[in-house]
Write a protein that binds this ligand. Structure first.
Ligand code: PEP
Length: 253
């Protein structure tokens, strides 16, 4: 059976308790749009509160540490995120790789830790503008993913890959449908090579980078695009759920 589109909001470092009304509005709208799987990753300070408010949507974390506990000031472990109500965690976002020195090797450890704590994982990958200009994006993304993905047993159902070209994040630029299709096809091939035909086909691949209600239908119609990771447009229920509605339309076509 075809999976439902997966539309995930990454609130980044935005939101105090005043944003809970937005989470409630997203949850209410998601109850009327059951053809779409809707999720949000609020800042860690709001995970528990959003979890308490949410009936329909998944709630997740934006990062976790690779260790279970210890002297890591400011970090949270996968088990702590799960205890607060997270069902998934976003890992390897370019803002973590770029701003916090995360490497493929450290991201891989985090993926292992998250799966070990029974969290689902959204693993981000994507090339810089420089790499794209050189036409090396397929080689870059497959190398980055190969180095960030652990051996997973049968955990494929808990894994989602988010292809997010760095130059498209928060810039208003989006990759063209053809460009996205080519990268998603290369990611699918890698997943099948790594995990076999059945499990490799099961892993969802979503796109992120300036997705908005106006461009969502076109982007969600690209082959192998299973949903969207949304930053800026996820901060307001109207725009975020506009994207979810567009995804529902695209998947029905
Ligand atoms: C993101 O950071 O994951 C993202 C896709 O951001 P935006 O939608 O704002 O480009």
């Amino acid at each position: 059976m075809a999976q439902r589109p997966y539309i995930v909001g990454n609130w980044k470092m935005n939101g105090t308790r005043a944003m809970l009304s937005e989470a409630r509005a997203i949850d209410r709208a998601a109850q009327r749009l059951m053809k779409v799987e809707v999720a949000i990753a609020p800042p860690a300070t709001l995970i528990h509160a959003v979890h308490k408010e949410a009936d329909q949507i998944w709630v997740g974390a934006q990062d976790c540490h690779q260790s279970e506990s210890g002297a890591y000031t400011g970090d949270i472990s996968a088990a702590m995120a799960a205890d607060a109500g997270a069902k998934f965690v976003i890992l390897g976002h370019s803002e973590r790789r770029g701003g916090h020195g995360e490497t493929d090797a450290s991201v891989k450890k985090k993926v292992q830790a998250a799966l070990g704590a029974s969290l689902a994982v959204i693993l981000c990958c994507g090339e810089s503008e420089d790499v794209r200009d050189k036409g090396k994006e397929l080689a870059f993304v497959t190398k980055q993913l190969s180095a960030s993905l652990p051996k997973m047993g049968n955990a494929a159902e808990k894994l989602t890959i988010a292809y997010e070209p760095i130059w498209a994040i928060g810039t208003g630029k989006t990759a063209t449908p053809d460009d996205i299709g080519a990268v998603h096809a290369a990611i699918r091939k890698l997943l099948v090579d790594l995990y076999g035909a059945e499990q490799g086909a099961e892993v969802r691949i979503i796109y992120g980078g300036s997705v908005k209600p106006e461009n969502a239908r076109e982007l969600m119609s690209v082959p192998e695009v299973g949903g969207a990771l949304v930053g800026g447009a996820s901060l307001a229920a109207d725009s975020f759920m506009g994207i979810a509605a567009a995804a529902a339309d695209a998947f029905e076509e």
